[in-house]
Design a protein around this ligand. Sequence first.
Ligand SMILES: [Zn+2]
Length: 79
Amino acid sequence: MTRTFASKLCPVCGGSRVNGRVTFTADLGEVVVVVRQVPATVCDQCGEQWIEDTVAASLEQRAADARRRGAQVEVVSMA
Ligand SMILES: [Zn+2]
């Protein structure tokens, strides 16, 4: 699961968090939204991921748009 966290260290394993890009997937029931190239911080040891609040808000917006259009599967890229 992705979540936000302020520290530089991974709260799960104590590893280093590095900037990277991840693929975000959300199953909303009527629609599955896949967003590729999402900017995130990723633990270099356990792979735990964090997405910033502003990015998460953008993802929610895209999911809401897809649902409004009646899409069943939406695949987009933030790159
Ligand atoms: Zn970790």
